[in-house]
Unconditional design. Sequence first.
Length: 252
Amino acid sequence: MALRPDSPQSHSNQLAERSAGQGDAFLREVDDALREDQVYTAIQKYGKPVGALIVAGLLGLGGYLWYENHSNAKAAEQGEVLTKALDSLEVRNLKAATDAVAPLAAEGTDGYRATAKMLAAGVLSEQGKNAEAAKAFAAIAADAEIPQAYRDLATIREISLTFDQLGPDKVVERLKPLAVPGNAWFGSAGELVGMAYVKQGKNDLAGAMFAQIAKDKTVPDTLRRRTRQMAGLLGVDAVEDPGTATIVQSAQ
């Protein structure tokens, strides 16, 4: 059986389809024009603030990269200066060492400034200028911009130079907070506190303190040996195997 050919569209249908196509095209043009108008309006309204934010962001990024590079370069320069000063100390050229770190002590960054000040104060002590050295260490200890570890060490150095003038009560008062296991300066502070206890006639506290330092493996060996001998002289066993000596706390 032969298939009937599709019947041709009527003229009215063709006109309807053509009108629909033209309508869709017109709507698309209107939609595109509306979007362009919205974009133009948004640019007029928000273009300047957004542009300013982008520029500010780029400037901030550029500034950060410059600062990072500048800081690294400056740190490298200061590290080189400090190394030369330490080399001068090694050959006992104390004046050259002090002169080298003077700019760092005045304008150094972070730990370099603190290290330079500590080195200069140490040189004064090496030269026998104990009063000046103690004053320099006290200034470091009082400087809130210097890292706490340096300030604590400066306090210990100051007190070691003025031990007799301060008196045992003041030594214990100032160093007892540092003379505890786990503190970076436990050994050095603890030894001075132990000596102050001896001067106070509190040999039990002194012996226990020396024994505790002697058994602390984080303390330098020379200090451990010295405090072990001190503990033994005070009748406290500082051998590592037996039970740990306990420091008796008392009101100062």
